[in-house]
Write a protein of this length. Structure first.
Length: 372
């Protein structure tokens, strides 16, 4: 017998956040979140996404033991402004028992029908800066702090319960040594001269902050044409500035501006925190913060987190300037491996951008949908 309980109190939400620690405790590939950070993102008072979205968090119990969890999410910007009647769900974890996954997904469907929505899709987060997709290939590669890891049986549950593939995402990696300057060093000089562009590098987070809002605006402009894109609101910009910018090495943020000092491109890379987060075991204290700080300073692996280029400058070689700047930084820091975040399979332009570096697709993930 499976029973569902909505997690509403702080202690119940903590159980929601901690459940995956039980089913992945023996996995060398799962990367745990920082529990306090995850709780803050679910806090309706702290996370501004709840100004335009709502979420319910459910725990599944069997024999008085937690055996699954799911977040049922409604993003009103998506529904009202973009006319996309979608019920979202995410943070979906469960033991290998079809009755458990069915009960949790049925609950999401029930909420979606009550709100007169047409279909449900997941796993996704509240917005485009959240984690996305269930892993379908690459289970023997360590996860990242910006992706969900899961057991191989998850995919089977979706398909047995009548869900169909909605979007496919690829994750790629390449040795930093593959970034041969002959592909971009000379070209970037020509591009800068032709369009009157210049690069901006940083050594302090305080130098970046005055540009942060413009960066998020450019992010919205860059990705607005992609399916499932929900723009970042002004309130969310302030939240993300506080949450993310100070966490990233300033030298790993690159801007490109035109002759009028207008931001036309940016790129953000993060040091790999995966092993540090595994050592932290979900807690910043007493030693978690130390492990993260060490990774920030010394990690030899990096993840390309975001790249944004103004639509007017896309396909004009601007990426050669970005690559050149990162090449110089990575060479100095002796970076070994570069990872890329999940990218939509339909985004051919992004694959073209990286082709000279001979990337290898080491993971695949997808979202699933079902009509309501």
């Amino acid at each position: 017998m499976i029973t569902l309980k909505e997690a509403t109190t702080k202690s119940e939400l903590k159980k929601f956040v901690k459940f995956p620690f039980s089913i992945y405790k023996d996995s060398p590939y799962w990367v745990p979140p920082i529990i306090s950070e995850e709780l803050a993102s679910f806090d309706k008072e702290k996370n501004p996404v709840f100004k335009d979205a709502e979420a319910s968090f459910f725990l599944a119990y069997k024999d008085n033991k937690i055996v699954g969890r799911i977040a049922a999410i409604v993003n009103w910007i998506e529904i009202k402004q973009q006319k996309l009647p979608k019920m979202r769900f995410g943070w979906f974890d469960f033991i290998n028992d079809l009755n458990v996954s069915k009960a949790l997904l049925d609950k999401v469907a029930e909420i979606g029908r009550a709100k007169q929505l047409d279909f449900m899709e997941g796993p996704v987060g509240f917005s485009n800066l959240d984690k996305v997709g269930v892993l379908t290939e690459g289970f023997d590669h360590i996860g990242t702090m910006i992706t969900w890891y899961n057991h191989a049986y998850y995919k089977d549950h979706y398909e047995q319960l009548g869900f169909v593939k909605e979007k496919e995402y690829l994750e790629n990696k390449f040795p930093a040594a593959n970034a041969d300057p002959k592909f971009f060093a000379r070209v970037q000089l020509l591009i800068k001269k032709r369009y009157g562009l210049r690069e901006m590098n940083f050594t302090k987070t305080s130098e970046i902050m005055p540009w942060a809002d413009r960066m998020f605006d450019l992010f919205n402009e860059t990705y607005s044409s992609l399916s499932s894109f929900v723009p970042i609101t002004d309130i969310q910009k302030a939240y993300f500035k506080k949450k993310y910018i100070s966490f990233i090495n300033p030298e790993y943020i690159k801007f490109i501006v035109d002759k009028d000092n207008q931001l036309i491109a940016f790129a953000i890379v993060m040091p790999s925190f995966s092993k540090a987060l595994q050592k932290a075991k979900g807690k910043l204290f007493p030693f978690g913060f130390y492990h993260l700080l060490q990774a920030k300073k010394h990690s030899k692996d990096v993840t390309f987190y975001l790249i944004g280029i103004h639509p007017e400058y896309q396909n004009k070689g601007v990426t050669s300037i970005i690559f050149n700047e990162f090449y110089l930084t990575f060479k100095e820091k002796k970076i070994v491996t570069c990872y890329r975040t999940p990218e939509l399979e339909e985004n051919v332009a992004i694959r073209q951008m990286w082709k000279h570096f001979n990337p290898v697709t080491h993971k695949r993930r997808r979202t699933y949908r079902k009509n309501l």
